[in-house]
Design a protein around this ligand. Structure first.
Ligand code: NOJ
Length: 563
């Protein structure tokens, strides 16, 4: 094998870390996190082993949707800094070996964006066709809104011109008409701009909505390109603009069943999104965790389309900045997860998900948390962390809606958790209080404590990086008799590993037979001192504690790696 392949397709064994610049670190004492603050903490992230920063929207925005309502796609909101600060940050990250991707919102803008202001001014305005309008009264679309708590449909009547405009999210986020070649050009130009400033790609927001047929309504279908051609053209543009700098990526948010995700990779051509979050596996993982039964997770892994070619890649995550959405699960399964991990009404968001971080869902059980993060790094694909996960931050249910999980990063046990020197009343978002507040959970304490989640995740990151078979390999779920256990085998070229995770609280023995391996082969546990050897039948029994995990490398004489 050539190890350089892992440098070319760098994202296939990257460790992605998502940051909201508003809540990470405030460097100028105004209560709002900023790019300068973030730059101060790149070394902290490098030390964990993060290899790619994902910056959530930092663009000028009225922030009705945490910055996903963009008023200027080329800008930096002055509250976070300016273009100079952005370039400094990218420069520092690159120097420390980290790549940087940024959110790209192609489905909608803010209603404050100059395009929409002009579009709504008159029906014959050149920007009118940047958005999607209808003149007849829309039917009941209350079921189609992504924010049913605050919107009663996906069309809003515009007084001035007497027509309705489309918005799948808030009415302050009008959907762009992505069938319009001028819109496509404008989006590509935006990508070109940020690539020129050094970014390594984009997390592409709400992709299925952006190529949704409703968005194309009112256009002569015969004249339209196939909607997926739009993604193809963006990917081709990205390749042209990033050649020579190492591959830039599009990591798409596509919350759809596996079969449909395949289309968004571009089928076997692999010419659309470079990566996609695996929402289906995420939701089935939570069902498996709730039941302490690996079966739903096994089903998800087995149903993942494998024929996606070499370049595309799945991104795995446990929690992100949104609610833990369960919408791909049937209702009874949704209810199981909601009842187990969000028993109170205040834990829930829009009836479909949980506005919680992981540690409180597990009642703070450190063994269970460590197992869950081991699983995240061990799943085939690229792991993505949300800021604060590495130290075990909890949510703040005092804060409304999804903001509950977007509280300031907890650096120390000092005022405002070390996030800002401003008066607490001036903070962009309230710091978490109680058992998950900075007095008990903060990065500084975690650094000093070898048993902390931070140390655990740092170790997982190291082992993950030196085991490219996890990001690159073929995988198979192994048969074994314990329902609470996921046992899987990954193999890439001449490298193989067996990974064991016990989702249950009781200890178990996992009998393993690796028929393809020679008797006497050593299985080296990368997470502990305990190794074992295959017997005459190429079998062994592996002990797992309650919520135990093992990363067993199959040791080969010619493997150049240190174990
Ligand atoms: C997905 C983002 O993750 C979410 O936070 C946002 O509200 C919607 N897209 C709309 O942009």
């Amino acid at each position: 094998m050539r190890i350089t392949e892992t440098a070319d397709l760098w994202y296939k064994n990257a460790i992605v870390y998502c940051i909201d610049p508003e809540t990470f670190l405030d460097s100028d004492g105004d209560g709002i996190g900023d790019l300068n603050g973030l730059a101060q903490r790149v070394d902290y992230l490098a030390e964990i082993g993060v290899t790619c920063l994902w910056l959530m929207p930092f663009y000028p925005s009225p922030r009705r949707d945490n910055g996903y309502d963009i008023a200027d796609m080329y800008g930096v909101d002055p509250r976070y800094g300016n273009h100079g600060d952005f370039v400094e940050l990218v420069r520092i990250a690159h120097d420390r070996g980290l790549r940087v991707i940024i959110d790209l919102v192609i489905n909608h803008t803010s209603d404050q964006h100059p395009w929409f202001r002009k579009a709504r001014a008159s029906k014959d305005n050149p920007y009118r066709d940047f958005y999607v309008w209808r003149s007849d009264t829309p039917p009941d679309t209350s079921e189609e809104s992504m924010f049913p708590d605050s919107e009663n449909g996906i069309w809003t009547h515009d007084e001035k011109t007497g027509e309705w405009y489309l918005h799948h999210f808030l009415h302050t986020q009008p959907d762009l008409n992505t069938a319009n070649p001028q819109v496509r050009d404008a989006i590509a130009k935006t990508m070109g701009f940020w690539l020129q400033l050094g970014v390594d790609g984009f997390r592409v927001d709400a992709v299925p909505f952006a190529i949704n047929q409703t968005t194309f309504e009112g256009h002569d279908k015969n004249e339209l390109e196939e909607p997926h051609d739009y993604l193809r053209s963006l990917r081709a543009f990205l390749a042209r603009r990033s050649s020579g700098n190492g591959a830039a990526i599009m990591l798409g948010e596509v919350n759809l069943p596996h079969e449909e995700q395949l289309t968004f990779f571009g089928g076997s051509d692999g010419d659309q999104l470079t990566m996609q979050f695996d929402f289906y596996t995420n939701q089935k993982t939570f069902l498996a965790l709730a039941r302490q039964d690996a079966a739903p997770l096994i089903e998800a892994l087995n149903s993942r389309p494998k024929d996606i070619g070499v370049e595309p890649q799945y991104a795995n995550f446990l929690r992100n900045h949104d609610e833990l959405t369960l919408d791909l699960l049937p209702e009874d399964e949704q209810n199981e997860v909601l009842d187990t991990f969000g028993p109170e009404e205040e834990h829930r968001f829009a009836g479909r998900g949980l506005r919680r971080r992981l540690p409180p869902m597990f009642d703070g059980d450190p063994r269970r948390l460590k197992m869950a993060y081991s699983l995240l790094f061990a799943l085939p694909g690229t792991p993505v962390l949300f800021y604060g996960e590495e130290i075990g931050m909890g949510e703040n249910l005092e804060v409304d809606g999804r903001e509950a999980v977007r509280t300031p990063m907890q650096w120390t046990d000092e005022k405002n958790g070390g996030f800002s020197s401003a008066a607490p009343s001036k903070l962009a978002r309230q710091v978490t209080e109680g058992p998950y507040g900075p007095a008990h959970v903060n990065a500084a304490d975690c650094r000093r404590n070898k048993d902390s989640l931070l140390h655990h995740i740092t170790r997982l990151a190291k082992r993950y990086r030196e085991s490219p078979e996890l990001g690159w390999g073929d995988y198979a779920v192994l048969d074994q008799p314990n329902p609470s256990v996921l046992a899987h085998h990954v193999t890439w070229k001449d490298r193989s590993m067996v990974l064991l995770h016990n989702l249950g609280a009781e200890p178990v023995v996992v009998p393993l037979t690796l028929e393809e391996e020679e008797p006497g082969t050593q299985l080296v546990d990368l997470m502990s001192e305990e190794s074992c050897e295959l017997d005459q039948d190429s079998s062994t029994d592996s002990q797992l504690d309650g919520y135990g995990y093992r990363w067993l490398r199959i040791k080969r004489a010619d493997d150049p790696r240190l174990v």
